[in-house]
Design a protein around this ligand. Structure first.
Ligand SMILES: [Zn+2]
Length: 416
């Protein structure tokens, strides 16, 4: 693998230099074509798949995915490496050009270096190194580069899973090289329930608020009730899932936003607002839940709170709408891919892996829920804390080490 160091650096840099920003979803076709050309040279059959009609897909910003497949000398298991090719916005605070892919002190800097073009490059080089040393392997290697993980994965892994690409009859082992640190195996992630709560009021002149009904005050009562009862209750719900960081090893709830009162539509308007009692206030909540919880209970905690206010608070009216649901997922500690990658980490790094669960979700949800494929983990070279940050980087040695772990895993799963 050391002999492939320069190649790995060049590949990672080339991927970073194709800005696949999401939203809106730029250069998806370019990156898929670049990867297809690379993988064809290594004997992979490649297929570009456009997720037509998925959220965000348009002729201007089509959602392209690449699936590459290399069949070995005889039948056997299929090992699939899945990486998302999209990256998040650049944001402020960079000291490096986010798309120059500068190599400095054994690190490559750029948006997507850590999350997760470095992981994608490591998996490609690992597969190529494995094929070169064992051309007569039995089984199949697949590498996919998929769209839109950062915006829910509907135009990426979900689309492919719905079309059978992650059917357990077709694929038996999945590694997602997300940035979870090279010595950790990520078994899965917590669940997500996003909902919008709306309180209702009645508009009136702001000089006579007693003639109206203030929706923002009603929302204030909701938040007070959450502070008094809901947050303390959630803090007590601990999980056996090994979630990192430690603060996420419980149920959590974020108030994502609160909007009340009139919206000034025109950004060029410089005048004062008009004096009105707000008749509508909305709050978006982001509840993260555990394997030990079910969505029905999670929803009911909030509904019960709102119903309690309805009984006790005059004129309290509300609505609540689901915005987004992801169920928690976690591979078994004894799953074949967990054991294999665990042994590979011990062999390469001289120390056994740490088993973790991600606080936020990633594409494993679609592979589990749509594909019905449980034998799936995230394992990759990036450092979790650097994801989405300014001056995001990937360590070259970390990529080499994780590529060794991946190649070692292939050698065990796809024997000659
Ligand atoms: Zn990612």
């Amino acid at each position: 693998m050391r002999g492939r160091r320069d190649d790995l650096i060049r590949l990672t840099q080339a991927l970073i230099r194709i800005p696949t920003l999401n939203p809106p979803g730029t250069n998806y076709r370019e990156i898929c074509e670049f990867l297809a050309a690379r993988l064809q040279k290594s004997g992979f059959a490649t297929k570009l798949v456009r997720a037509t009609g998925t959220p965000g897909d348009s002729d201007k910003f089509p959602r392209w995915n690449l699936v590459a497949r290399r069949v070995g000398a005889a039948g056997g298991a299929c090992v699939h490496f899945n990486s998302h090719h999209d990256i998040v916005e650049v944001g402020q605070g960079w000291t490096f050009d986010p798309f120059a892919a500068t190599l400095q002190d054994d690190r490559i800097y750029g948006r997507g270096a850590c999350d997760m073009k470095g992981g994608l490059a490591a998996s490609i080089v690992a597969a190529e190194a494995f094929i070169a040393t064992r051309p007569d392997f039995r089984g199949t290697i697949e590498i996919s580069a998929t769209a839109d993980e950062e915006s829910g994965g509907f135009g990426g892994v979900a689309y492919l899973a719905e079309r059978g690409y992650f059917d357990p009859a077709r694929v038996q082992h999945v590694i997602i090289p997300e940035p979870l640190n090279k010595d950790r195996i990520c078994l899965g992630h917590r669940g997500v329930w996003w909902a919008e709560v709306e309180t209702k009021g009645r508009i009136a002149h702001g000089s006579m608020p007693f003639l109206g009904d203030c929706a923002v005050r009603h929302m204030g009562a909701v938040i007070a009730e959450m502070e008094a009862k809901l947050f303390p209750m959630l803090a007590k719900k601990r999980t056996d899932m090994p979630v990192v960081p430690e603060g996420a090893r419980q149920s959590t709830l974020n108030i994502n936003s609160v909007h009340g009162g009139e919206h000034v539509q025109d950004p060029d308007y410089t005048g004062l607002p008009s004096p009105c009692v707000p008749d509508r206030c909305t709050m978006i909540i982001d509840r993260r839940f555990l394997m030990e919880e079910d969505l029905k209970t999670v929803r009911h905690e909030m509904l019960d709170l709102l119903e309690r206010l309805k009984r006790t608070r005059p004129d309290f009216e509300y609505e609540i709408r689901d915005l987004h649901i992801v169920h928690p997922t976690m591979a078994d500690r004894d799953a074949p891919i967990v054991k294999t990658v665990g042994r590979a980490i011990s062999a390469v790094l001289g120390k056994g892996p740490e088993y973790v669960v991600s606080p936020g979700t990633y594409d494993q949800k679609h592979i589990d829920r749509i594909g019905r494929l449980k034998n799936c983990i995230a394992y990759g070279p990036g450092i979790l804390d650097l994801a989405h940050q300014p001056d995001e980087w990937i360590g070259v040695d970390d990529m080499i080490d994780s590529a060794c772990v991946m190649a070692f895993s292939l050698a065990e799963l796809l024997p000659a």
